[in-house]
Write a protein that binds this ligand. Structure first.
Ligand code: G6P
Length: 532
C-alpha cells in the first residue's frame, strides 16, 4: 500500500512539474479555499505551492497510506515512538490543561507535569516580587540562562518574541563554549542580583557544564558560601547530577521530553520568571490549541499535515533540497535557527526505522533570516538561481501596538507574489525601449524572473504568547508528520555523537601536548598549528 502510494505520488509529481502555480487558480476555482486553513489563531495559505489538485490528492493518499493518523495516535498515547531509545515522546502532555491524563509507556505523567508547572509559577512569582532573594537579601534583577541546542533555542526565541521593550528582569542567554559568550553575558551584571539557571536535559553537555563552571566561579568571586547556591538553579532530566554540580534547587522534567521539543517544560523557567507565569500559560494554551487541531482536523484541512505534505512534495516529488523561512517580525528573528534544530536534527536521517537506508531525500536544508533583511541578502538566488528553493513567510499584522505594519507585510506579500508570477523576458524587454536592440536582449535576460516558485504564507495578528505557542507546535507536528511519511525516527539524534567523542579525544591530545599517532594528516596538521 505504501509503495503504491509513493508510485502514485511520483507520477503526480512528474505530471505537475511543468504546471504553472498561477494558472491553478483558474483551473480549480476552489483552490484558495481548499489550500488555506485557520488553525489555533493562525491563517495558513498553501495555495502558492506547486501542486495541482491531483498532486495534493496524491500527497493526501501518501499520508493515509503511511499511517499518519495511527502514528499520531501512538504519539499522543505515549507509546515508544522514539524506538531507538525506547522512549515515549510526549511534549503535548506538557501543555495539556491541568488535570489531563497523559501516560508515557503506560505510566501516568500529568500529575507530575501539573506539580512542576505550579512549582515553576510559584518560584517565578517569588523571584518577580522579591520574596525570593539572593544570598545578600537583594532581589534578583538579572538571569543568565545557560544551555545549548534544545535547552537554548526555544526559550531564546520565546524571550525575543515576547519580551517587553524595557524588561524588569534582564534575561541573557549563554550557549557557546567560547568564553566570549559568557563574558558578554556577564558584562555589567552584579552577582548579588543575578540568578544563574543551568539548563541541560542530560546535565553532561560539555558546553553547558563548562559555562556553568564559569558562572559558578563568577558568583563565588563576590558571594560568600552561605546562600550562594540560591543563585544557582538547575533544570534537567538528571536532577541528581544537577545537585552534585551544586545547584541549590532543581526543576525536573522526564526523558520523554525530547531536547528540541522541551520549551514547554521547566526548560523555559527563565522565561517564566522574566515574562511571568501568565505569559507562559498563554504559550502553552496556544500550543494546546494546535494540538487539539492536529488530533481532530481531517488530513485535508489539517495545518501541520498540509505543511508536511508541501515539504515532502517539494523535497521528494520535485527534488528541492532546501527551504527558506522568513519571519516578517523582528521578534521572531530566531525562528530559522529554532527550525534548523527542530527539522534538521529530527529528520536529517539516512535510515528507516528498521535500519534500511532511505531511498529518498529526508529533511531539506532549512535556512532563513527575518524579513525584510533576507530580501537584501540571499533572496536574489531564491528569485533567479537555477535551483528552486521553496519559501515560507510568517507574516505578522501588528508587531507593536495597534498599528498594522503595512511596510513590513507588504514586502512579504510582494515576495510571494514575485516568486509565483515572475517576470517574462518580453516584459523586461518592454522596459528597455530606447536601448540598442542587442544590448536590450542581453539585459532583458538578466531582468527576467522565471517565477513559478512556491511559497507558503502563515499569518498571525500579533506576536502573542498564544500565537507563538501555536506556531511552534505547528512546526513540531509538521516535523513529526514528515518523519512518519519518511518512516524515520524523528526523535533521536545519533548524528551529533561522533563529533562529541572526537572533540573529547582531541582535547586529551591538547592536554597531553601532542597530536595522537592515529590522527589523519590534515587534522594532525591543523591541531599542531592550533597548539603552537
Ligand atoms: O539539554 P542537553 O542535554 O544539554 O542537550 C543539549 C543539546 O545537545 C545535544 O547534543 C543534542 O544535539 C540536542 O538535541 C540537545 O538539545
Amino acid at each position: 500500500m505504501t509503495d503504491a502510494a509513493w508510485t502514485a505520488f511520483d507520477a503526480a509529481a512528474a505530471r505537475d512539474r511543468e504546471a504553472r502555480i498561477a494558472d491553478q487558480f483558474a483551473a480549480d476555482p476552489d483552490r484558495l479555499s481548499r489550500m488555506t486553513v485557520e488553525a489555533a489563531g493562525l491563517y495558513l495559505d498553501l495555495s502558492k505551492q506547486s501542486w495541482t489538485r491531483a498532486g495534493f490528492e496524491a500527497c493526501l493518499e501518501l499520508a493515509r497510506a503511511t499511517g499518519v493518523e495511527s502514528a499520531r495516535a501512538r504519539l499522543f498515547g505515549g507509546e515508544a515512538v522514539n524506538d531507538t531509545e525506547g522512549r515515549a515522546v510526549l511534549h503535548p502532555a506538557l501543555r495539556a490543561a491541568e488535570g489531563a491524563d497523559y501516560r508515557a509507556l503506560g505510566e501516568p505523567v500529568s500529575v507530575e507535569v501539573d506539580t512542576v508547572r505550579r512549582a515553576m509559577a510559584d518560584y517565578a512569582q517569588a523571584v518577580r516580587t522579591g520574596r525570593e532573594t539572593g544570598a545578600t537579601g537583594k532581589a534578583f534583577t538579572a538571569i543568565v540562562h545557560i544551555g545549548i541546542g534544545g535547552s537554548d533555542l526555544g526559550p531564546r526565541l520565546v524571550w525575543d518574541a515576547l519580551k517587553p521593550l524595557e524588561p524588569a528582569i534582564d534575561l541573557r542567554f549563554v550557549a557557546n563554549i567560547d568564553p566570549r559568550d559568557m563574558a558578554e553575558a556577564l558584562t555589567g551584571l552584579d552577582p548579588e542580583t543575578t540568578l544563574v539557571i543551568v539548563v541541560s536535559k542530560t546535565f553532561t553537555t560539555q558546553e553547558t557544564l563548562s559555562n556553568a563552571e564559569a558562572a559558578k566561579a563568577w558568583l563565588a568571586e563576590s558571594l560568600h558560601e552561605a546562600g550562594r547556591d540560591s543563585h544557582f538553579i538547575g533544570v534537567t532530566a538528571a536532577p541528581e547530577r544537577a545537585a552534585a554540580f551544586g545547584c541549590g534547587r532543581t526543576f525536573a522534567f522526564r526523558d520523554w521530553v525530547g531536547g528540541r521539543y522541551s520549551l514547554w517544560s521547566a526548560v523555559s523557567l527563565s522565561c517564566v520568571i522574566a515574562l511571568g507565569p501568565e505569559a507562559f500559560d498563554g504559550l502553552l494554551a496556544g500550543a494546546r490549541a494546535m494540538d487539539d487541531h492536529f488530533v481532530s482536523a481531517p488530513l485535508e484541512t489539517n495545518a501541520p499535515v498540509m505543511m508536511a505534505l508541501a515539504q515532502v512534495w517539494n523535497v521528494d516529488g520535485l527534488g528541492r533540497s532546501a527551504r527558506t523561512v522568513a519571519p516578517y517580525a523582528h521578534g521572531l528573528r530566531r525562528l530559522p535557527a529554532f527550525l534548523q534544530q527542530l527539522e534538521m536534527e529530527s529528520n536529517g536521517k539516512r535510515v528507516h526505522r528498521d535500519g534500511r537506508p532511505v531511498e529518498r531525500q529526508t529533511s531539506p536544508v532549512v535556512f532563513g533570516e527575518p524579513g525584510t533583511n533576507g530580501q537584501h541578502a540571499f533572496f536574489q538566488q531564491i528569485h533567479q538561481g537555477p535551483e528552486v528553493v521553496p519559501a515560507e513567510f510568517v507574516v505578522v499584522r501588528r508587531t507593536q501596538g495597534d498599528a498594522a505594519e503595512a511596510p513590513l507585510w507588504a514586502n512579504a506579500l510582494a515576495q510571494g507574489q514575485a516568486l509565483m508570477q515572475g517576470k517574462t523576458t518580453e516584459a523586461a524587454r518592454v522596459e528597455l525601449s530606447g536601448v540598442d536592440a542587442a544590448e536590450a536582449d542581453r539585459l532583458a535576460a538578466h531582468k527576467t524572473f522565471p517565477g513559478n516558485r512556491p511559497s507558503t504564507t502563515i499569518v498571525m495578528d500579533r506576536v502573542t504568547p498564544e500565537a507563538v505557542g501555536a506556531l511552534l507546535a505547528l512546526y513540531e507536528h509538521k516535523t513529526f508528520v514528515e518523519g512518519v511519511i519518511w518512516d524515520i525516527n524523528s526523535f533521536d539524534q545519533w548524528g551529533v555523537e561522533l563529533g562529541k567523542v572526537l572533540a573529547k579525544a582531541i582535547l586529551s591530545d591538547v592536554q597531553a601536548g601532542t597530536p595522537s599517532a592515529g590522527l589523519d594528516p590534515s587534522t594532525a596538521a591543523l591541531l599542531d598549528r592550533l597548539m603552537r
